[in-house]
Design a protein around this ligand. Structure first.
Ligand SMILES: *Cc1c(COP(=O)(O)O)cnc(C)c1O
Length: 433
């Protein structure tokens, strides 16, 4: 074990391939089904919506897929990201455990999300697409895609849930700074939006409605495709640059990890961080822990079955852990974790017991985030606070048992656009949902 604080890689160490978990799953992944016929989906079914290369990746059985040089060049704006020893946090906890975190908040939009946004924008631009549409809740995904489309000279239209548009202007401004067009949803741009506004002009919007608008916009325009920020196989695969870097960094640190921890909304940062280590988990060498909010307990209280990806029921059916596509979680501050389903590949690994899932309440996650900020300095995203909570719990368990565990977690993003949530916590207004 070295005594370095930060373990940095050089740009030459940036992975040259993404890791695709499909051929290494303990059983074949149940196929996505057509929403109407309920037959397994054919690649052609997805072509009005996604770039061809992304559909190919979605269904690929190749274990390693080359990262285009153009994408690696953009990754170099912030990658490789640091792996940092949380020594001051260890000291505050008086734990014999060694805690490390991978910091994805150093990217331009401040989270892991551009790892896939950049790849998706690249393939769409290469295939002659001129514009991408997407939905965004609090704005993290929309800002990552606005940044990535600008890099490859595409236009970007983001349907943003109307209440967030009104209440959280900073991410909207960030999207517009990168040249994205941001439309409060429901809008009168689409048939689905107009239908809702006719019935209810004051409708505050929801992620489900915004998805319907973004997909419809892509389907009715020849030069336009849609882009999704989590859940799908190709999205999770693009994120594996995180875990592949961590593997090299732990080797440099001369550490063998015992526990890897990440938070879960749809599963992309967790998968990106942990999938390269799944083989070790199957061999019993380490433990993988996925953390979700008690307010949206998809893995811990949901069912493993086919369900729609959106609220309205227009998307293909995916076999996954789900709370039901009509489930509306309470408005917790970790907006990125309020999704009714989880990625199909991750769901399969949880079903097989290869990934352990835990749910935590909101106030303990902010207590963890505040302790982290006061020891390590960085103010974490409310989503990331879920991973920090369990990292601290495991470090305290190691202290009780006097065990020298090596705990590594993914700090998926910073919280500098979420200070209102910290204000609520600091002044006692935060509900313990
Ligand atoms: C979007 C987001 C998440 C949740 O999404 P996943 O696809 O589960 O990773 C977690 N953390 C941050 C900072 C996010 O922006």
């Amino acid at each position: 074990m070295l005594s370095n604080k930060k373990i940095m890689l050089s740009e030459e160490d940036l992975p040259k391939k993404w890791y695709n978990i499909l051929p290494d799953l303990p059983e074949p992944l149940p196929p996505p089904l057509h929403p109407e016929t309920k037959e397994p989906l054919k690649p052609e079914d997805l072509e009005p919506i996604f770039a061809k290369e992304l559909i190919k990746q979605e269904m690929s059985n190749e274990r390693w897929i080359s990262i285009p040089e153009e994408v690696r060049e953009v990754y170099k704006l912030w990658r490789p990201t640091p792996l940092i020893r949380a020594k001051r946090l260890e000291e505050a906890l008086k734990t014999p455990a060694r805690i490390y975190y991978k910091y994805e908040g150093v990217s331009p939009p401040g989270s892991h999300k551009p790892n896939t946004a950049v790849a998706q924008a690249y393939y769409n631009a290469k295939e002659g697409v001129e514009r991408l549409t997407t939905e965004t809740g609090a704005g993290q995904w929309g800002s990552a895609l606005s940044f990535a489309t600008k890099v490859f000279d595409l236009k970007c239209t983001v349907y943003m849930v109307k209440v967030s548009y009104q209440q959280k202007p900073y991410r909207r401004i960030l999207m517009e700074t990168w040249g994205g067009e941001v439309i409060p949803s429901p809008s009168n741009r689409t048939k689905s939006g107009r239908a809702i506004l006719e019935r209810d002009p004051e409708n505050p919007g929801s992620l489900g409605i915004a998805i319907s608008e973004a997909v419809e916009d892509a389907v009715v325009h020849e030069d336009t495709k849609y882009s999704l920020g989590s859940v799908l196989n190709h999205v999770l695969m693009h994120q594996t640059v995180i875990g592949l870097e961590v593997m090299k960094q732990l080797e440099i640190a001369e550490e063998n990890p015992n526990i890897l921890i990440g938070c879960v909304g749809g599963g992309s940062n967790f998968a990106g961080f942990c999938y390269p280590f799944v083989k070790d988990a199957i061999e019993g060498k380490l433990k993988l822990i996925a953390v979700e909010p008690e307010a949206c307990p998809t893995f811990t209280k949901g069912e493993y079955r086919y369900d729609f990806g959106d609220t309205v029921g227009l998307t293909p059916l995916l076999k996954m852990f789900t709370l039901g596509h009509e489930f509306i979680p309470p408005p917790i501050h970790a907006g990125g974790l309020r999704y009714h389903g989880d990625a199909p590949t991750m769901s399969l690994l949880v079903k097989h017991g290869i990934i352990e899932a835990r749910a935590v309440k909101q106030i303990p996650t902010f207590e963890a985030g505040i302790l982290f900020a006061r020891t390590e300095g960085i103010v974490p995203a409310p989503e990331s606070n879920h991973a920090i909570r369990v990292a601290i719990d495991e470090a305290l368990k190691a202290k009780e048992r006097d065990e020298e565990k090596v705990i590594v977690f993914n700090l998926s993003g910073h919280g500098y656009f979420d200070l209102a949530a910290y204000d609520d916590f600091l002044y006692g207004r935060l509900k313990n949902a």
